[in-house]
Each structure stands twice: as C-alpha cells, then as structure tokens.
Design a binder for this molecule. Structure first.
Ligand code: URA
Length: 436
C-alpha cells in the first residue's frame, strides 16, 4: 500500500476501506507517513467527505492508536460527558458533582483549553492545590471511593488524534463533520466509559454555527458510540451567546458553585439538569426523565451536590474550603463595570468575541505553552433579549493589566448589538439525539 495512491483515491472521490484507513493512521502515528502527505489527505477528505463506514474505521483506528483505558476495576456503569466546547462552558464543574451525588460513577479525562474556549482542567486548577495528574490506580481508587475523579488526558490516549488535530488546526481542515466526530469519539472510546453523554453546541460561539449541522454531528457521534457498544446520547444546546454569565476560569468556578447552591443562571442550570438527566439514565440510576431531574434538583437542594464538589477538591489535593468561601479562589486586581451608552434590547452578542475578551485579559491560551491567568474574565449582566437603559451595567471585567483591560473593553462593546424590539434568545436545549 502507498500513501500516494490513497490520497489520489480520496481526491478522486472514492471511499477508503478499513485496511487503508488503518494503514494510514498507523503509519502517521509511527512517523512513517509525513505531515505533507497527511495534510493532502485531510484536504481531500475535507472536500470529498467520508461515508459512515470510513468515519467509523477512522474513529476506531485513532482510538486504538494508543492506550485503551480499562475501567473494569470500578464496578457498575461508568459514565463520561463531553462538550464540543464553547464560551463560558463550566458545565462539568457543576454537572459532574450533581450526577455523582445521585450515584453516577464518573471517571473523566478532560483537556486544557486552547484558544478562547477554556478547559475543565484549567478551571479546576482555580482551587488552590488541585492536582489533575494522577496514576490510573489513583484514578480508579478515587472513583471507587467517592464516585468521581477528573484527570488530565494523558499523551497515550488516542495519540493519532493528537497529532492529526494539531495538523488540522494549521491546515484549515478542522471544521469537517466526519473529522470532528471521529476526533472526539476516538478519545471518548479510548477513555473507557460504558456510557457517553455528549453536549453538542450550536450557534455563533460553536464549531457548528447552524443547528442542522450540530444535529448531524450529534447523530454521527451517537452512531459511532453505539457501533462501538457504548450507550451514547447527545444533547444539542445553544451557544449563540455565552453560557451563563461568567466567562473566565475562577469566575466560572464561582458561578458553578452558585449553581450547586441553587443560585445559578437559568440557562446554565437548565443545561446541567438536562445533561444530568441523561447521565442518570445512562448510568442506570433511574429510567425516567422526570425522576432523574427530581433527583438532581434534590441533590442541589439538600447540599449533597455541593458537598460532592468539596469531596472531589479534597481528594485531588485542593482546598475544599474554597467551595464554601469563594474569596479563596483567585481574584483579579482590577474590577471595572462596562456601562451601556444606549437604550434598547440586546439583540445579539457575538459569542466568540466575548471569548476573545477573556483571552485578551489572559484567561486563555494563545499557544499550547501559554500560562493562563485564572483570575481574569467577565461577568455579563445583560444577555440576549434583556432590556437595557443608557448607563446600565452590561458586564463587569476582571483584569490584572490596564492595557489588556482597555483592549478587552473595546472588543466587548463591539460584540454587543441592540435593537428597539425584543429578541427571543430561543431555547437552551435544541434537541436530544439517541440511537433509534
Ligand atoms: N474537538 C476535538 O476534540 N476534535 C475536533 O476535531 C474538534 C473539536
């Protein structure tokens, strides 16, 4: 077999067979196939697409390119959750303790943020002392003891995807449905959970700007998970504006904690309850959606979800007091209100731009090695559809540098759009996709 022939075959619109995909992924991971040939292949796939069999073969080849995590030492159904990423997406910080408090066993591997969307690992490191590097024995032991562990993804999980994703990132070949679905699902399948709940974002702050594309991606990933024998459910949710109000690591952790106290923003609380419902059902805790939501609501009301977060923080070396006293989380030195110079209704918020404000303040990673400032970010006071009077506070910016603050303020103001009539932000949950 020769990579040249495979590139030509794909370029001419033919489907690759399983053996050809396996050959290509093994060769690329081992360094036998150079980046320039793989770049050409990615571009050929980008333009001619892949059918379902090819996507499944690519997913399995990438999943098996490194370690397949064995969670069998943890009894019961292990449930994983994954988001396709967005601005202000602190869902795991609140959702995982909620679901774990209801009895779901969660062994989660998470990533760091790159670009303007933050990663769960960075956010959790807002708890002073929190450690996310651990051995697989420690990881398993912790899930057995408290039902929940979150560790950073090791280099040995789907290394083919790691290499390929970095290549796609610099060759304008990220936003292809089959490539995204296989990239995400290869990592999920290798991470070893029995059931996977996916949060597929749609809107201006998501990969999938159009809802119909997000639904198709959700369907593709559910099919891949099901084919691999994992119970897989996808929720398509709104990312046309930032999720909740807080954007920035420690600020998002504070909002997640408020949500676990029952004081979170409505959109974020709704998303956590919906994803939590499917985690409880996938985890075999309950079979009925109403019952699942009632249990999750009760876990917030009786404080067990908040206690579970404190248990997680303690188990991973962090200071659990910060769960009850959020002034112990990192705080910025400059806190400034941004006021509106006009009246009307918020008609649109350029979601990506709000993410960029946080990045400019230092809250994101511009390159793989950048250091993240956990304390900076924004808290929005007005969202789409809200009435605004001149002089109202639109948001509060948390910064540690006045030049960065100035740049972020300008960008923020350009991201807000107003109209004379009220705009309906639409529902948070667009649809739920499961195997029929
Ligand atoms: N996230 C991933 O892990 N892979 C993609 O291709 C896109 C988003």
């Amino acid at each position: 077999m020769r990579m040249y022939d495979l590139i030509m075959k794909k370029r001419n619109g033919s489907a690759l067979c399983r053996e050809e995909i396996q050959y290509m992924i093994e060769g690329y991971t081992a360094g036998r196939i150079p980046d320039y040939q793989m770049s050409a292949m990615m571009m050929a796939i980008y333009f001619t697409g892949m059918n379902k069999d090819e996507t499944a073969a690519l997913t399995m080849a990438m999943a098996h390119s490194g370690d397949m995590v064995d969670l069998s030492a943890i009894p019961g159904i292990k449930v994983d959750k994954h988001s396709t990423g967005g601005v202000g997406d602190k869902t795991s910080i609140a959702l995982l303790p909620m679901a774990a408090a209801c009895g779901v066993r969660i062994a989660k591997m998470s990533g760091r943020g790159l670009g303007h969307t933050g990663g769960t690992i960075d956010k959790l490191e807002s708890f002073p002392g929190f450690i996310t590097g651990m051995s697989s024995e420690q990881f398993t032991k912790q899930v057995n003891e408290i039902g929940l562990a979150v560790m950073g993804q090791t280099a040995d999980i789907a290394p083919a995807d790691k290499k390929l994703y970095a290549l796609r990132d610099v060759t304008a070949t990220v936003d292809n449905m089959s490539l995204i679905a296989s990239s995400i699902m290869s990592k999920k399948l290798a991470s070893g959970a029995d059931a996977i709940v996916l949060d597929v974002k749609t809107g201006s702050g998501a990969f999938m700007k159009k809802e119909q594309d997000a639904r198709a991606l959700a369907q593709e990933m559910v099919t891949l998970g099901t084919l691999a024998g994992r119970k897989t459910i996808a929720v398509v949710s709104d990312m046309d504006q930032p999720l909740g109000n807080a954007v920035g690591n420690a600020l998002e952790v504070k909002e997640a904690i408020a949500t676990l106290r029952g004081e979170g923003p409505d959109d974020f609380t709704r998303l956590c309850l919906t994803l939590g419902t499917y985690m409880l059902i996938a985890g075999g805790i309950v079979s009925d959606e109403k019952e699942a939501e009632a249990r999750l609501t009760q876990a917030i009301r009786d404080g067990s979800a908040l206690r579970k977060l404190a248990e997680l923080v303690r188990a991973q070396g962090g200071n659990p007091e910060a769960v009850y006293d959020t002034s112990l989380l990192p705080g910025a030195s400059i806190v400034e209100e941004i006021v509106s110079s006009q009246s009307g209704y918020v008609s649109k918020i350029d979601c990506d731009e709000i993410g960029m404000c946080s990045l400019i303040l230092g809250g994101g990673r511009e390159t793989k090695d950048s250091k993240v400032d956990l304390s900076v970010g924004l808290v929005l006071h007005k969202k789409t559809g809200d009435p605004v009077s001149k002089g109202d506070v639109l948001a509060v910016i948390h910064a540690n540098d006045s030049d960065r603050l100035k740049a972020a303020r300008e960008r923020f103001l350009a991201a807000y759009h107003f109209s004379d009539t009220v705009t309906d932000a639409g529902p948070m949950i667009k649809c739920v996709v499961r195997e029929s």
